[in-house]
Design a protein. Sequence first.
Lengths: 294, 276
Amino acid sequence: MKKTSFHIDRETRAGIGFLAPLLLCLIGLILVPVAGTIATSVFRDVPYLPKTFIGAANYVSLLNDPAFWRSLMFTLLFVLVSVPLETVFGLGIALVLNQVFAGRGMLRAAVLIPWAVPAAVSGRIFELIYNYSYGAANRMLALLHMEPANWLGSASGAFLGVVAADAWKTTPFAAIILLAGLSAIPEDLYRQARVDRAGTFQRFFRITLPLLRPVLIVTLLFRTVDALRVFDILYVLTGGGPGGATTSLSLFGYRYFSAGDFGYASAATVILFGIAFLLSLVYLKLGGFSREIR
Amino acid sequence: MKEDRLGKILTVGGAILTAVFCLAPIGVMVLTALAGRPDFLRPEVPLAWTVDHLRAVLTSEAIHFPEYLRNSLLVSAASAVVAVFLASLAAYALTRMSLPGRGALLLLILAVSMFPPVSLVGYLYRIMASIGWINTYPALILPYVAWTLPLSVWILVSYFTRIPRDLDRAGLIDGCSRLQILLKIIFPTAAPGIFATLLLAFIFAFNEFLFALMLTTDYSARTVPVGIALFQGLHGQTPWGEIMAAACLTILPVVLLALFFQRRIVQGLTRGAVKE
């Protein structure tokens, strides 16, 4: 029964009471700081100088700052390369885990391990793996009789290096979500397709992929939002280098925050936030989620 | 059938590749922690095993590893418990009580988790500095609670919707308050879901890096991921053996949780993301 009067009934009031702590936390600890950051972005806000309103000047300086453009380009390229890579690998792992074979339970457990390791720790492990003279990566190249690579010392090597390290840590997440999607596809469909003599690839492209679409979009959304704000692995593995080649927008903003230039840092992170927001909207539109949530 | 054999080969090959992919870096970590020298992979270096790195990490006054680990465990456990309790209040209201704009609220809660942490950490730093909380546990626990709330609410909503409403009605008839119903009826019934959410919130807090980096200054509150990230040698040489020993001890709690409660964690993760 819908009530048409303005009076809020007891039930609703109790419900608001139950929600209040959550809303207070989200408002006080997330929305207020974000609003504060947006507000700070139109000020010159540096140590030892009076805080002054300068309008869009921080944004104008950012657009004229080659280092900002470089970190924007790196961030977008990182998303563009790592998200599809991790999703395709994740789908591969999920397809394997969806089969029946001896040791499947153990393999599922093994897949959870990289996901559970803190990114800062995996960053250190990969820093060691990429060590020029004794890291596992170059030892493997040596076994293949190839020249050792300067992984973290060159811009392209560092890019590949962070993509691979990030893929190790996050592919399992994609695999776990996609596996849940796969196991929700009714077995009957495949049985019927076999009767109709549809091959492995036909079954995959005609049944698996279309039915997996909503889960794929959720995975892509989560991974994209996460990859856009990549920070931990870069801070630890490359420190944003060499020469700023792997400085993401998060790292760019962090550097200015820790240098005390709050206005400039805030403006940079507002742009990052805007990009994340727009991309989320695109995904929500693609997935049609507004219809699904009742 | 030819095709079935192809499928089997793909499955076994894929399984082996997956296992190598997931476990090889862990192997490098464990071996380096136990090897006498970090360059043990070179053929000309003799292999020698040692527990010196592990012992140094656990006992050295200069490394402060036990303090980092203690901070991490306390902060993550406190954040997880508070977040899951607040989230269960909210999830109860969202699934059981007549609230206007319920769907919009759920979307809004999800949207909040899409903010890049860097876009609020600077301002949060100033708030914490102004009240003198930098380098204290609450400075980490509060943001971690807020940060894990959206995820926790989403997972718990999916568990709570499956509990029949007749249970609530029975409780109401017996004169229970809503809070009593949540604590005495819903909590026990949804215990597996609550537990899964606690595990996930704990792991997320344990692995968090940026807030901990910005809001702590030394071992009295610094968490272990930051401790390991900032771990430098005294003499210019990176002490890989000790770093990897610390890494082993750090991931031990989360990896054990992940292995023991694999099913719960996977269920929790996917409940939040996949509609069944």
